[in-house]
Design a protein around this ligand. Structure first.
Ligand code: GLV
Ligand code: MN
Ligand code: MN
Length: 414
């Protein structure tokens, strides 16, 4: 079979596998796969079957990220790490995360098919939590691989009051061994992640593949407002301390600041009111904040400004505000040498490699702390993501498999 035919066949398999994984969900009729859930267990088990069939030795690390190991042609060789994540947002598309895992797997299948062993091992990581849907903090899987998971995060609770530590244990992991699961920089050649672009630039340029220049920084926080619950019919408007009204004013302040600040994007994606009855003034409310900017000082300044504004709003309404910053990640440039290699690999497919920044966060931003990291973006329809309408073309996936294969072959002869 020619290389082109093989890559087309592998791309069709990737598409079918994305379809299959999309059925492994916590919710009927839509894809929601939070970390450490039975749905993620089924996804890990399914991908493990495919990894073994591709000649990989398979294990789960201490947080439950699935790792396939394709051995080198010699002992003591270093490792090229490929990866992405298998958890999802709520009502997700089927490509954000799984596409990167499965294109990485296709690259290993090419090697296995040819009976090739390389002067380095290839590991493929399917990270257990990147989206942060369940515990509010993201990149948990890659943070363990990079040895930078803050131990305090183990006490975070999900909506059912289950701690991260308990969820990891129930999944089969071991919170006590997280630090020991860190990859050693000296063992790694680099980390490469394939991902849908999640933006419109590739489509606008008519190109299927892009090479990421940098991943913008992000801050995530939970804001809790405590007012006074009361009777919706008896408490006069002037005497209320309505926590939800304060939250609503803060939501609009978030939008106002982001609209007025070049480069800033800020989102409140979760909002809840308590006790949650139509005839009770909300005594408590909480909201999530996700704030991003390519420039770190600008992001920090925006967080400070927003916090001051939220405190003002709460004070004006006689409501207490607690601001918990869950996570802050700096903007991360991708490694120039790997970018250059990826761009050359894309060029061999006959396409122009588009250099572009990533507005979304990725495991690559975390892995860059321990090894040279780079990302290959694949065009997605309309730039749509975090939405069940996510779509990629099988031909673009074939191009990504070809480019990743060329990249790996290039490293092998370097
Ligand atoms: C991951 O999808 C993120 O950027 O939040
Ligand atoms: Mn995502
Ligand atoms: Mn993703």
């Amino acid at each position: 079979m020619s290389d082109i035919d093989l890559n087309n066949e592998l791309a069709a398999t990737v598409m079918a596998r994305c379809d299959l994984l999309a059925t492994l969900s916590e919710e009927e009729g839509r894809l929601t796969r939070r970390s450490f859930t039975p749905a993620l267990r089924r996804a890990n088990d399914q991908v493990a079957v495919w990894m073994r069939a591709a000649g990989m030795q398979v294990y789960e690390d201490a947080i439950g990220s699935l790792v396939g190991h394709y051995p080198a042609d010699r002992s003591g060789a270093s490792t090229l790490l490929l990866g992405s994540h298998l958890d999802s947002v709520r009502d997700a598309g089927r490509y954000d995360g799984p596409l990167g895992v499965l294109v990485g797997l296709a690259a290993v299948e090419r090697l296995h098919h040819a009976g090739s062993r390389l002067p380095f091992a290839v590991d493929l990581a399917a990270f257990a939590d990147e989206e942060g849907l369940r515990f509010g903090a993201s990149y948990l899987g890659s943070s363990v691989a990079a040895g930078c998971l803050a131990p305090a995060l183990l006490e975070l609770q999900d909506a059912d009051g289950i701690t991260l530590a308990a969820a990891i244990r129930a999944f089969g992991g071991n919170p006590a061994l997280l630090a020991a699961a860190a990859r050693r920089p000296a063992d790694l050649l680099g980390y490469v992640e394939v991902h849908i672009e999640q933006g419109p630039l590739l489509e606008a340029q008519g190109q299927p593949l892009g090479v990421v220049t940098a991943i913008q920084g992000a801050t995530r926080a939970t804001l809790r407002l405590a007012g006074t619950a009361g009777h919706a019919g008896t408490v006069p408007m002037g005497l209320r301390h309505d926590a939800l009204c304060a939250a609503a004013a803060i939501v609009l302040a978030v939008e106002q600041l982001a609209r007025a600040t070049p480069g800033l994007v800020a989102t409140v994606g979760q909002l809840s009111a308590h006790p949650g009855a139509s005839n009770v003034i909300p005594g408590a409310a909480s909201l999530s904040l996700d704030l991003r900017h390519p420039d770190d000082p600008a992001r920090r300044a925006a967080v400070a400004e927003l916090r001051a504004r939220a405190e003002e709003i709460a004070a004006e309404r006689g409501v207490a505000l607690a601001w918990d910053e869950l996570q802050s990640s700096a903007a991360v440039p991708m490694a120039p040498a790997l970018r250059e290699r990826l761009a050359r690999a894309v060029a061999t497919t006959g396409h122009t490699p588009v250099a572009l920044p990533s507005g979304a966060g990725h495991d690559a931003a975390i892995m860059a702390r321990v090894t040279d990291s780079a990302m290959l973006f694949v065009r997605c329809a309309g730039g749509v993501s975090h939405n069940p309408a996510e779509a990629v073309a099988v031909g673009d996936v074939a191009a990504a498999i070809t480019a990743l294969g060329q990249f790996i072959d290039g490293l092998a002869v370097a």
